[in-house]
Design a protein around this ligand. Structure first.
Ligand code: HEC
Length: 299
């Protein structure tokens, strides 16, 4: 057979095919198998060396066989080597197998013995590539029918729905454990004194200028009463701190400056100030917030 693909390309293609197969079949979670399991690297190196070795052996064997060929065979081989791919015996053989055409000179052997006003008919074979594709379709249809209509496997829509549901569960799980990921839906009020102390520090550094160190309020509203302009409860307060107050009021969004976990702590700290009645506190503003009322549209 004529060598269509050069050896180095064959090695590369085979190597990456094996590499791909390894990655596909070894379940290595979110990291590539060759990073997670160092042994995979060893296997890959061995595979590569083997592939190169096999190519060398084949090429050596070819050379030896060529040496012992009689002269006329050598000449034939050399001539074959020079032919373009489409002219090669291998390609012609393949085409013949796929089409089984009869050369035009032998057309008479196919002629059917009827004649419609001079129109004659040839009885050509169905081309094998067509016949085999047809059989493959029948096999496919049978498997499809059994799998989806009888055994009730998931169709694409169902698969997508299941994957989305699973992804939702995973995101929720991730949000629960991720140290710095949290939103107003998942935030909970902290009561641990250590957390509140951190919240207090954050408050004194960033917020006291407007809300006063005791939370009594100055430029910003009083945070120690039970009235809230933008909604009370940890979820609303988290939302306000994250996204800021109403436009032009002076309360900026802190989401770039503070991490969600820090916002959670400072929000919890603010909640712990409730009822502390600091001296010279600002008048209460906003609506009375009673926990367990349905969350009003914050802002
Ligand atoms: C530049 C001044 C300023 C700073 C600094 C500031 N705030 Fe405010 N804050 C305000 C103003 C003004 C409002 C009222 C916003 C409105 O009415 O929309 C407000 C509103 C709030 C509210 C909602 C109050 C309510 O009644 O609904 C919370 C909670 C709050 N701030 C927390 C904080 C926290 C926590 C920080 C620090 C990380 C902070 N603020 C820093 C000015 C400030």
């Amino acid at each position: 057979m004529k060598k269509i693909i050069p050896a180095y390309l064959r090695v590369i293609v085979l190597f990456f095919t094996i590499f791909g197969a390894i990655e596909y079949f070894i379940d290595s979670g979110d990291r590539a198998a060759f990073i997670k399991f160092p042994i995979v690297n060893v296997i890959l190196v061995v595979v590569l060396v083997l592939l190169v070795a096999i190519e060398i052996v084949i090429s050596a064997a070819d050379t030896i066989v060529y040496q012992i060929l009689p002269e006329e065979e050598k000449a034939k081989l050399a001539a074959e080597e020079k032919l373009p791919l489409k002219e090669s015996a291998w390609f012609k053989g393949l085409m013949n197998k796929l089409t089984r055409t009869v050369p035009i000179e032998n057309e008479a052997s196919l002629l059917l013995n009827h004649d419609y006003d001079g129109i004659k008919e040839l009885d050509n074979n169905l081309p094998p590539w067509w016949v085999y594709s047809f059989y493959a379709c029948i096999v496919f249809a049978a498997i499809y029918l059994v799998r989806f209509e009888i055994l009730g496997a998931d169709n694409q829509e169902m698969e997508l729905k299941k994957e989305l549901a699973q992804a939702k569960i995973e995101v929720a799980e991730y949000m629960k454990n991720a140290p710095d990921l949290m939103d107003e839906k998942t935030v909970t009020q902290l009561t641990d004194p250590a957390d509140l102390a951190i919240g207090k520090t954050t408050f004194e550094t960033n917020c006291a200028a407007c809300h006063k160190a005791d939370g009594g309020g100055q430029i910003g509203p009083n945070l120690t009463d039970d009235r809230w302009i933008l909604g009370g409860g940890v979820k609303n307060i988290f939302h306000t701190i994250t996204n800021g107050g109403r436009d032009g009021k002076g309360m900026i969004a802190w989401k770039g400056t503070l991490k969600p976990k820090e916002i959670q702590k400072v929000a919890s700290y603010i909640l712990s100030l409730k009822g502390s009645n600091p001296k010279d506190a600002k008048e209460a503003e906003g609506d009375l917030w009673v926990e367990e009322t349905p969350t009003p549209e914050a802002k």
